[in-house]
Design a binder for this molecule. Structure first.
Ligand SMILES: Nc1nc2c(ncn2[C@@H]2O[C@H](COP(=O)(O)OP(=O)(O)O)[C@@H](O)[C@H]2O)c(=O)[nH]1
Ligand SMILES: [Mg+2]
Length: 195
């Protein structure tokens, strides 16, 4: 029948949003992208070598054998309307020249913090604050332990009240998903305020 009104409208494709997963060396960025991604994450890890001795601080992460040299890439579907592309940044200072490129087009970021050495993520926080890129802080407990409440970590990192601080476990999918959803909620709230 010509002009049939039974045509089913094709569902609109989901919005895709680029999110960075940042933070210091060995805080759990590659682990987070791996545990939350629904596609096999692309990793660009290289073994840690003697060249990093005396430069890369391995205290607390002595078991770390590899490090991200370009990026981690993963994807997570939040809803029919929203898919996140996750870009894990390299943590070592000598690879930071790549951060500016990775940040292009990113709507927001998760700054992961190792609860045992929060200062290793100061530079990442500074990076997003300077560029005005919204971020939430995920405090990776390591061994699932959270000795400090989120408010104490906020004070230690001198974060303003509007930055959300969440306790998380980079190894657990649900926990990482919660952090990402908090970031998305914040991005939506910011967009509503601006409009
Ligand atoms: N016990 C424990 N180990 C973790 C956790 N998150 C990461 N790791 C380990 O810590 C090391 C550094 O993590 P990785 O994800 O490579 O850190 P990145 O440098 O930020 O990408 C790796 O050996 C991980 O397996 C965690 O929550 N608990
Ligand atoms: Mg990594």
């Amino acid at each position: 029948m010509a002009g049939s009104d039974t045509t089913v409208e094709a569902a609109a494709p989901p919005d895709t949003v680029k999110i960075l997963i940042a933070g210091g060396f060995g805080v759990g960025k590659t682990t987070m992208v791996g545990s939350v991604s629904e596609i096999a994450p692309l990793r660009t890890e290289e073994p840690l070598t003697a060249a990093g001795l005396g430069i890369d601080d391995l205290s607390g992460i002595e078991e770390k054998r590899a490090t991200t040299v370009a990026l981690d890439f993963g994807r997570i579907t939040i809803s029919r309307e929203l898919v996140l592309y996750l870009f894990g940044t390299p943590g070592q200072q000598r690879f930071w020249f790549m951060w500016n490129d990775l940040a292009i087009g990113a709507l927001g970021a998760v700054v992961l913090v190792d609860v045992r050495r929060p200062e290793s993520s100061f530079a990442a926080i500074d990076f997003f604050e300077r560029r005005g890129i919204p971020f939430v802080v995920g405090v990776n407990g390591f061994h699932g332990e959270h000795p400090y409440p989120a408010e104490e970590i906020r004070d230690a990192l001198a974060l303003p009240q509007h930055v959300r601080v969440l306790l998380c476990d980079a190894r657990k999918r649900e926990s990482c998903r919660d952090v990402l959803i908090t970031l998305i909620d914040q991005l939506i709230a910011d967009a509503r305020k601006a409009s």
